[in-house]
Design a protein. Structure first.
Length: 153
């Protein structure tokens, strides 16, 4: 058994993190469906009642997992909306939407609540632009003066 399966077998809810990835928890009656997406590896793993039923590595913006479990056909769609910073997972059972979850990836992985209001987004972009301009000004001044961080005497 690999580490991921061991975490599932511990029967505890895992928290999202950069290293640990993002976890989704769904239920279908008495079945538990757990979906894990790796933050860096691109590996997506699906467990039903603690049994690994699908796993693949995907760097695409949308991937699908199709599998059968105890006579039922499941389809899990894993979609990344990059410009919005959103991760959406849909679970279909026998062609009918069973459940869906949308997760803000920045908030899930860092705990930082990014404001989605247009006014605040532009203020954040302006703030980061000013910071970048100041760093560029300092680097430009230092390089124009002939002083070097890496000079060897």
């Amino acid at each position: 058994m690999d580490k991921l399966t061991n975490k599932i077998m511990e029967n505890t809810k895992n928290t999202d993190s950069w290293l640990g990835g993002i976890w989704f928890y769904f239920s279908d009656g008495d079945r538990s469906i757990i979906i894990h997406g790796g933050s860096f590896s691109g590996r997506e793993t699906i467990f039903v009642d603690g049994t690994k039923v699908s796993q693949k590595r995907s760097w695409r913006l949308m991937s699908e997992h199709v599998f059968n479990y105890q006579g039922d056909s499941f389809k899990v769609t894993y979609q990344v909306l990059v410009l919005k910073g959103i991760l959406k997972v849909d679970v279909l059972k026998n062609g009918v939407l069973l459940d869906s979850e949308i997760r803000d990836t920045v908030e899930s992985l860092t705990g930082y609540q990014f404001s989605r209001k247009k006014k605040n987004i532009w203020l954040e972009i302006l703030g980061w632009g000013i910071c970048g301009g100041l760093v560029g000004l300092v680097v430009g001044f230092v390089s124009a003066s002939g002083w070097s961080f890496f000079s060897v005497s």
